[in-house]
Ligand binder design. Structure first.
Ligand code: GLN
Length: 492
């Protein structure tokens, strides 16, 4: 390893090795990132909470464990967690005024898994309120800035996690993806984001948005690091009835498998109207790269692509309206001042505690589920969802991997889509269908357009994350887009 590489430029794989070789301790490493966050995050706003004291205690414990030998790969490595994962005794706000005072009495399973592996928590990252959004403009704590362009959004809803990893304020972060919230911000911030198959990562203690679509996953700089993170995040959990009881392979062990003869399908619907031409060109170059590495490329069709956004925007709000009914001002969270009676308590606590986009989703969802409309909207959307899944089933009969852009264009400017919710919703046109079908998808940096990163998305069949990560890693072995830092990360 090169001694001149700064700690914040090292990958998880390199940090893990460095800790083992005693080049630095976890306390030093943790202090390094805490200092960077302290100096730089006023600029990005990627953290809602920084857990300095707790991080240093965990780092000391990790150093003891490393000294004893046989410590797990992530032992001693600092990470940031999206503020949607419950952390015992540490504020978990989901970026909502509603939960601004919420101290969970327990840890999410994902957080537990990281603790057991000796990882250190730096803090909790900013996001769109209740994970609803594509730009991070819906946070009670203010927007996150894109480290590549301060006038532009970082994407959402996991914008804080993506910006923190991009700006080198954390080596990696957790995030969640209901319709694209890992992959889209990863694309716009020039980092790697993996949404696992539905059921691969426990949702227990992850605040629910749309339960049949939500899935936790990592945001990292490399696919290899995503594999290291998934090794810890994926587990069977009997506290989440939708979590699959399936062995977790070592996702790092197959990263170097050959991709000779790999069959990649290019959905023609992902390259039509709406795709920015320079973004399309960056993705075309990635296709050529795969071809050079021995993959065979063919055009496929996912005919229901354009139905996935409308189906999603019925199903997700419907589930959200049910999930968010628990925030009533009674048990925990925000309570309005001096309620006149119980009705007033409910109405004003919810009216004052939720932001506009969350209210919009609750209204849409409650409407779609109401008597007389349920069959016309909710049931119909579920039928479309089945057809979307059938498109993928058909495609995976002839290809191993589906490749396309992650987003239609690079990061847009703040305010550009806030007055037009539908334009904002179309941001997720390429990511949503993988959630509807429960499939794993990964976004990898594949170039810059006007100085801003764009992403390449790979989707594979359910529970084939090992192959997906292998195919992603092989791209990164032959390209250097993922190694480019934003200029803003170099300043401190
Ligand atoms: N942008 C989508 C939404 O607003 C997806 C968000 C997500 O994946 N959490 O619902």
């Amino acid at each position: 390893m090169n001694d001149t590489v700064a700690l914040h430029d090292m990958t998880l794989a390199e940090l893990s090795q460095g800790l083992r070789d005693k080049q630095f301790s976890s306390v030093e490493l943790t202090n390094h990132f805490l200092t960077r966050i302290g100096k730089m995050d006023a600029q990005f706003n990627s953290f809602i909470t920084v857990t300095r004291e707790q991080a240093l205690v965990q780092a000391q414990a990790a150093d003891d464990r490393l000294a004893a030998g046989n410590a797990p790969a992530l032992c001693g490595i600092p990470l940031a967690h999206k503020d949607i994962f419950c952390t015992k005794g540490v504020k978990t706000s989901c970026a909502s005024k509603m939960l601004d005072n919420f101290l969970p009495p327990y840890d999410a399973t994902v957080i537990d898994n990281f603790q057991n592996s000796g990882a250190v928590m730096l803090g909790k990252t900013n996001m769109d309120e209740f994970a609803m959004g594509s730009s991070n403009e819906n946070s009670f704590y203010g927007p996150v800035k894109n480290p590549w362009a301060e006038d532009s959004v970082p994407g959402g809803s996991s914008g804080g996690s993506a910006a923190a990893v991009s700006a080198r304020l954390s080596p990696a972060a957790t995030a969640t993806d209901t319709g694209g919230s890992i992959r889209q911000p990863a694309a716009l911030c020039g980092v790697t984001g993996l949404k696992p198959s539905y059921g691969r990562v426990s949702r227990w203690g992850m605040i629910a948005y749309a339960s049949s679509l939500d899935q936790g996953g990592p945001i990292t700089r490399t696919a290899e690091d995503a594999a290291i993170m998934l090794n810890v995040m994926a587990s069977y959990d009997d506290k989440d009835s939708t979590c699959i009881n399936k062995d977790v392979p070592d996702y790092t062990s197959t990263l170097n498998d050959s991709i000779e003869g790999l069959k990649i399908g290019i959905p023609k619907e992902y390259f039509g109207e709406g795709l920015d031409s320079a973004t399309g060109a960056a993705v075309e170059a990635a296709i050529k790269q795969y071809e050079q590495q021995g993959a065979s490329i063919s055009e496929i069709s996912l005919p229901r692509t354009e139905l996935s956004v409308p189906a999603y925007y019925v199903i997700a709000p419907a589930e959200a309206s049910a999930n968010l009914s628990r925030f009533d001002g009674v048990r925990y969270g925000y309570r309005c001042k001096d309620p006149a009676d119980l009705q007033d308590l409910y109405k004003r606590s919810r009216g004052e505690g939720f932001g506009d986009e969350v209210k919009r989703r609750i209204l849409v969802g409650a409407y779609a589920l109401s008597a007389g409309y349920y069959d016309a909207y909710y049931n119909k959307a579920q039928q479309v969802r089945r057809l979307v899944k059938q498109d993928y089933d058909e495609a995976f009969k002839s290809v191993d991997i589906i490749l396309g852009p992650t987003t239609p264009s690079p990061a847009f400017k703040f305010g550009a889509k806030t007055t037009d919710p539908v334009a904002m919703y179309l941001e997720d046109i390429y990511t949503i269908s993988a959630n509807l079908a429960g499939l794993p998808g990964i976004s990898l940096p594949c170039g810059l357009v006007d100085g801003k990163p764009v992403g390449l998305q790979l989707i594979s069949n359910a529970f084939t994350e090992a192959r997906l990560l292998n195919v992603a890693h092989q791209f990164q072995q032959h390209t250097d887009h993922h190694l480019q830092p934003p200029a803003a990360s170099v300043s401190a």
